[in-house]
Design a protein around this ligand. Structure first.
Ligand code: PEP
Ligand code: MN
Length: 362
């Protein structure tokens, strides 16, 4: 992919001592006390360089908590004054940008829902002409690298050279362990194309849950990403948004204490290919489990139907036909016969067990 993206240098706005760039704060600014308390706790962690909070929240359905807007900007300003931490918020339109500048926000970010829309990104870029402020661009919801690069380019063409990308994972068609599939090969490819562009990993929105944060954060460093954005809240269980994924500032400190920084391997092309293969495996496994679940659902229907018609569960002839046909098919595709026999037998065993349960039900 060719691009005219011009990024001066990683040091244009990040000094080596700022790296890795750790960004933290609540998903949403909920009250003055919550903002100040969280910021004060975070200020005790040396590694945290930027305090985040959502002031306008993009919600899927209307009539939910949508952020406190301008009022919350005053809380951010106070948090900055009292802790010395620089601040960052999400902006989604020119009005947001204007207010963020009015309240001395240090860094802006554009959220995943806005990055999918080039009109929105262009409007933001247009009001930023002549303004010297760093802007971070989250990946779009859909796994479209060109769209992500396009948003960075629109800002760059408006004169913004202090840029960073935030990797927050991608919408995925089926359930997986993640809230948003990481598809690491996409940020890795971005890094390969623009080696000086800082990429910050957002384990909170990738995982959607606390238990996976540390693992994703470690992986980000193993893949040579440049920082982390992790949501923290002084009372996470009571958070108005993203309660399941937020942690207390103290838990962030612990997570950071356990990160191992390994030597950089530098072979980005190798990592990129490997991640591409791994993502494909993840997708295929999800599909395989989905197909198995659908197969078992049909087995239940058959079981019910046979029961209603008073027919025995095991239909030997049908089973031996299945085996023969499936093994033949597998052979043509290069799947080992012994292996496939074991898989089919396992599936058959489970099918019989499911039907037996249906037969035994009164
Ligand atoms: C957020 O950072 O709280 C947020 C809304 O993120 P995203 O745009 O990645 O969904
Ligand atoms: Mn959030």
């Amino acid at each position: 992919m060719t691009s005219t993206l011009k990024i001066n240098s990683i040091n244009a706005w990040l000094k080596p001592s700022d790296l890795p760039l750790i960004i933290s704060g609540p998903c949403s600014a909920e009250s003055e006390e919550q903002v100040l308390e969280t910021a004060k706790e975070l200020a005790k962690i040396d590694a945290v360089k930027l305090f985040r909070a959502g002031v306008w929240k993009p919600r899927t359905r209307p009539n939910m908590f949508e952020g406190h807007g301008e009022k919350a900007l005053k809380w951010m300003q106070r948090a900055k004054k009292e802790t010395g931490l620089k601040t960052t918020i999400e902006v989604a339109n020119p009005k947001h940008v204007e207010l963020a500048l009015k309240y001395d926000i240090d860094v802006l970010w554009i959220g995943a829902r806005s990055v999918v829309n080039p009109f929105s990104v262009q409007e933001i870029a247009d009001v930023l002409k002549g303004v010297d402020i760093p802007v971070m661009v989250k990946n779009p919801l859909n796994p479209d690298l060109a769209l992500w690069i396009g948003a960075l380019e629109r800002l760059n063409e408006a004169g913004i050279t202090k840029l960073a990308a935030i990797h927050r994972g991608f919408d995925f068609f089926k359930k997986s362990a993640f809230r948003n599939a990481p598809m690491w090969e996409i940020p890795i490819e971005l890094k390969r194309l623009f080696p000086t562009l800082p990429i910050i990993t957002d384990p909170s929105h990738i995982s959607g849950k606390r238990s996976l944060l540390a693992e994703i954060a470690q992986k980000a460093f193993d893949l040579e990403m440049d920082g982390l954005m992790i949501e923290t809240h002084c009372n996470p269980d009571k958070a108005l948004t993203d309660a399941k994924q937020q942690i207390k500032p103290q838990a962030l400190q612990e997570l950071l204490n356990h990160i191992i920084i390994r030597e950089r391997k530098g072979d980005v092309a190798f990592e990129s290919k490997l991640e591409e293969y791994r993502s494909e495996i993840d997708r295929l496994d999800a599909e395989m489990i989905n197909i198995l679940a659908r197969r078992l659902d049909i087995i239940d229907l058959i079981g019910q139907y046979k029961k209603e018609n008073n027919i025995t569960i095991l239909q030997l002839k049908r089973w031996s036909n299945i085996i023969q046909e499936r093994l033949e098919n597998g052979k043509n595709l290069g799947v080992d016969t012994e292996f496939l026999t074991k898989v089919l037998e396992l599936v058959h065993k489970e099918s019989i067990a499911r039907q037996t349960r249906i037969y035994n039900k009164k």
